[in-house]
Each structure stands twice: as structure tokens, then as C-alpha cells.
Design a protein around this ligand. Sequence first.
Ligand SMILES: Cc1cn([C@H]2C[C@H](O)[C@@H](COP(=O)(O)OP(=O)(O)OP(=O)(O)O)O2)c(=O)[nH]c1=O
Length: 200
Amino acid sequence: MNFPRLYLASASPRRHEILTQLGVPHDVLKLPAVAGEDEPRLPGEPPADYVRRTARDKALRALAYLASPAGNGFEPRPVLAADTTVILDDDILGKPVNVDDARRMLWRLSGREHEVRTAVVVATPERLLEDVSVTTVHFAKLNEADVDAYCASGEPMDKAGAYGIQGLAGLFVEHIAGSFTGVMGLPVFETGRLLRRFAP
Ligand SMILES: Cc1cn([C@H]2C[C@H](O)[C@@H](COP(=O)(O)OP(=O)(O)OP(=O)(O)O)O2)c(=O)[nH]c1=O
């Protein structure tokens, strides 16, 4: 398949891996960090709106960067950005701030079903297309030893909901309905469809 070369506006190694696996030619765009809280939710904002807004914001920030003096030297290419959000009881479980936070999140997920939404955006200054994958994930009941060992592995720390389905936490996941790669951070089906729509 012939995909346009693009900039991946993401610091997530998983997104880079999945795009590479799909044969999508891309360069990772390293954006300067934004000050303040990471991706705050607006008051009363539904999680389904939050994830789409956040992915759009990431793409728009990347486009603004390319258009700024700092972006001088980059080519005019589409940018791809994504956001993955773990939702339980209408709460958004972000990345844990420390090990205690990770433990709290894992105990909340234990023995229950939650939703993972990943919004993907492809954009140029003229055009923006987006898609969302929605997956239900059922966690087995965890025990102290599971949670201790998992936290000691360090895997929870840079991941929404304090787990990565692609790693050791795969042992906790009894069932999913939806997209495995969507839970990992970049849904293959929706991303391919979006890129084909973008460059027919
Ligand atoms: C639930 C889950 C999340 N994750 C990861 C994917 C994302 O990297 C991260 C969710 O945070 P995001 O804010 O979506 O992405 P990010 O901050 O890592 O990267 P960027 O904003 O620069 O694109 O959690 C997994 O790797 N596996 C999982 O099973």
C-alpha cells in the first residue's frame, strides 16, 4: 500500500512501532514540552469528547510548530497524532504520577470491565480527518502479588490506566472486544482507513 510520508506527532514508542509495522513512511516530530498539567479534562467534558479533542490538539500543535520559525526546514507533510484514554465509571485514568497512583488504578481495574478509546487525527493546514477506536477490556481479579510484581516491573509508569496490554499486563486481560492495537495506542484498522481517505 502506498501511504504518504508523514510526521508522527507523538513521543509514544508504541505508535512509532505500529506505524513502522504498517509500512507507513514517517519521521517522529519531537515537540517542545508544554508547561502545566498534561492534557487536562475540561469541567463536565465527556471522556468521548476529551479523547478526540486531545488528539486534535496534539495535531494542531504539531502543525503550528511546523508553521513557526522552529519548523523551518521541515517539509510540508501531513501530521498524525493520537490519544489513548482509559475510562472507568466515567473517570479518565491517566498516566500514574507515582507507584501508589499506579497501584490505585490497577485495583480499580481489577475484576472489572473498562473502555479504552484511541482517537487518531491526520491533518494538514487545509484538512483534518479523525477516527476513534473503542475497545472494552475485561480485567481478571488481581491479587497483591500481581500488583506488586507489575508495579516493580516499571511497566505502568508511562501508560494510561497504569497498564500496557502488550506487556506483562496481558496476563491480567481476560477478554477484549475491539482493537488490541487501539489499546496499545494506535489502532491499525482505523489508522489505515484514515490514511487511505486522506490520500485516495
Ligand atoms: C492502555 C494502554 C496504554 N498504553 C499507552 C499508549 C500511550 O503511549 C499512552 C497513553 O498516553 P497518550 O497521552 O495517548 O500518549 P503519550 O503521552 O504516550 O504520547 P503522545 O501524547 O506524545 O502521543 O499509554 C499502552 O502502551 N498500552 C496499553 O495497554
